[in-house]
Design a protein around this ligand. Structure first.
Ligand code: PGA
Length: 255
């Protein structure tokens, strides 16, 4: 399965810094062959990234989107506004949006619908909090998040779905999940997708792991068959570390 590595820059980098990073990354493009690589800068830096990456195989993702195509929604960004910059992927339901900005399963669902309506590849984030994990609820939490996002869709609409398993306690903490736990979560996601959608979508579903991945630990995740890439925060901000991470991920996956 094709590896998908996404740089989630969160609220980092100005447009000028983005242009510098992207032109440096572009010079290394050949090293990334075989990997679907994308950069998700802040909205304000999408134009700068798009200008530098035009014609390259490095894709552009957005960190979020709003579900309406236009209207009186102060501060929000509509899907057609992202299309204008050549955005192809959108992160949906990142844990920082769920837990800091109060997005619930219902909002996540609406955003997923909007992403599909506008032909974006969705990176649907799921993951348990530490207390849920300690209570042994991880599987149930992942299942609830997936069911509420996916139930009722035509399976064909979700053929390009990407799920990012990101345990909340592992994000930005330097405390990554164990590769076995990530693989178990990926297996669980496939089971739920098979039961909610169908076998075909489950068989082609790509599951990323996210949460404190870096160039040193990525290979332990992508060497496992159920894990098909990573959503990378901190380690994606430096072009050398992101390059090293991507190459390590690729070598471990054998692609
Ligand atoms: P991290 O963030 O790599 O800094 O832990 C991952 C994410 O939030 O997507």
């Amino acid at each position: 399965m094709r590896l998908i590595i996404a740089a989630n820059w969160k609220m980092h980098k100005t447009a000028a810094e983005t242009a510098v990073f992207c032109s440096e990354l572009r010079k290394r493009e050949k090293k990334f062959q075989g990997v679907e690589l994308l950069i998700c800068p802040p909205f304000t830096a999408l134009a700068a990234a798009a200008a530098v990456l035009e014609g390259s195989s490095i894709k552009l993702g957005a960190q979020d989107l709003f579900w309406e195509p236009k209207g009186a929604f102060t501060g929000e960004i509509a899907p057609p506004m992202l299309k204008e910059f050549g955005v192809t992927h959108v992160i949906i339901g990142h844990s920082e949006r769920r837990h800091i900005l109060g997005e619930d399963d219902n909002v996540v669902r609406k955003k997923l619908e909007a992403a599909l309506d506008h032909n974006f590849t969705p990176l649907l984030c799921i993951g348990e909090k530490e207390e849920q994990r300690n209570r042994g609820e991880t599987g149930a939490v992942l299942e609830r998040q997936l069911r509420s996002a996916l139930e009722g869709f035509e399976p064909g609409a979700l053929k390009d779905l990407v799920v990012a398993y990101e345990p909340v306690w592992a994000i930005g903490t330097g405390r990554a999940a164990s590769p076995d736990d990530a693989a178990a979560a990926a297996d669980r996601a496939r089971q739920v997708v098979e039961s909610v959608l169908d076998h075909e979508v489950a068989a082609t579903l790509r599951v990323q792991y996210g949460g404190s991945v870096n160039a040193g630990n990525i290979s332990s995740f992508t060497s496992l068959e159920p894990v098909n890439g990573a959503l990378v925060g901190g380690a994606s901000l430096d072009v050398d570390s992101f390059t090293a991470l991507t190459i390590a991920a690729k070598e471990a996956a054998g692609c």
